[in-house]
Design a protein around this ligand. Structure first.
Ligand SMILES: Cc1cc2nc3c(=O)[nH]c(=O)nc-3n(C[C@H](O)[C@H](O)[C@H](O)COP(=O)(O)OP(=O)(O)OC[C@H]3O[C@@H](n4cnc5c(N)ncnc54)[C@H](O)[C@@H]3O)c2cc1C
Length: 296
């Protein structure tokens, strides 16, 4: 690949993938891997939790994938990919030392663009008021886009109130980011539940929403972050509303088929919004109506 995505004024051309090297590959489950990527030359601008990349398997195709970790102060990025079709299978087959094309960062972030207006304006990097409680609810691979939220909260504990991480998976075999889950569980922050137990599983069995009933947080001072299959996100939002969390305090990440990621092709249009430009993170106030719209 000879073209460069960094144009003469120093900005990045969002249409041109940059070559990144697969530095490390971790098999998460039978069909899911996490790839740690480092730039071969120029690096993309810094990502924020909740943003996504377009990952290009050379000669095969390109797909949107959320960033699952952002190295502090570095250019390394992690992406966790499930093999469901032609492109994701090719990406999951990549080995350390091989090269992938990356465009990004795209989309808004879990902070919904809420940033300090002045240097002394107290807003956390997650777009919450200092000391607010955080509830993170993940279903299956939905944990990957949420992982940077938890890592951010744990890296600055003084900035947040109580942190609750509720993770659900169909079976123990399908849990991703197990090393993190073990650490978070040991810290008392994470509760993990599976729909179907297997021999040796000693954790909870049931839905992630069941775990919410026992979670301790102050609804009027809580921001919730939710990602997973759409039925799980609906059920989680409804359970949060029942616990008294306002719709504008519930944030969800929506996935829709995407092609360009630059608000040009319209593939990800949902009613009035383009998920690549206006999302992927929306509040439940916005998302409740959008989830009722069929994709194009
Ligand atoms: C903002 C965003 C973030 C994403 N983050 C991740 C991630 O972190 N990890 C990950 O593994 N995947 C993620 N995806 C989904 C990923 O982009 C799709 O799995 C991928 O496009 C499938 O392409 P393919 O060519 O491998 O399979 P295809 O042959 O195109 O599709 C295989 C199957 O997956 C379905 N599918 C395709 N695209 C999507 C989609 N966007 N949403 C739901 N179903 C889809 C198809 O309908 C089909 O049933 C994300 C999608 C979006 C829009």
């Amino acid at each position: 690949m000879t073209s460069t995505a960094v144009v003469p004024d120093g900005t990045v051309d969002a249409a041109i993938p940059l070559p990144y090297l697969v530095r490390h590959r971790l098999r998460e489950t039978a069909d899911t891997v996490t790839l740690d990527l480092v730039p071969l030359g120029e690096a993309l601008p810094r990502y924020r939790p909740g943003q996504f990349s377009m990952l290009y398997a050379f000669g095969i195709g390109e797909i949107p994938v959320s960033v699952s970790a952002i190295a502090p102060g570095g250019d390394a990025l992690a992406h966790t990919v499930r093999a469901v079709g032609k492109v994701s299978e090719a990406i999951c087959r990549l080995r350390p030392g091989e090269v992938i094309g990356v465009r990004g960062p795209f989309g808004n972030d879990w902070a919904l663009g809420i940033r300090p207006l002045e240097d002394d304006d107290p807003v956390t990097p997650l777009g919450t008021a200092p000391g607010e409680d955080l509830v993170v609810m993940a279903g299956g691979l939905g944990l990957s886009p949420l992982r940077p939220v938890v890592l951010q909260a744990l890296s600055q504990p003084g900035a947040y109130g109580w942190l609750t991480v509720l993770v659900g998976a169909r079976s123990p075999q399908e849990l991703v980011h197990r090393t993190d889950l073990t650490q978070w569980h040991a810290l008392g922050e994470a509760k993990i539940t599976v729909d179907r137990a297997e021999p040796g599983w000693t954790g909870a069995v049931g839905l992630v929403t069941d775990q919410l009933r026992h979670a301790v947080f102050r609804p009027e001072r809580t921001t919730a972050f939710v990602c997973g299959p759409e039925p799980m996100m609906r059920a989680s939002a409804e359970a949060l509303l029942l616990r008294g969390v306002a719709p504008g305090r519930i944030r969800l990440s929506l996935e829709r088929n995407m092609r360009c990621a630059t608000a040009w092709c319209g593939h990800c249009q949902l009613g009035q919004v383009l998920v690549c430009r206006d999302g992927p993170v929306f509040t439940w106030e916005q998302a409740a109506g959008l989830l009722a719209v069929h994709e194009l």
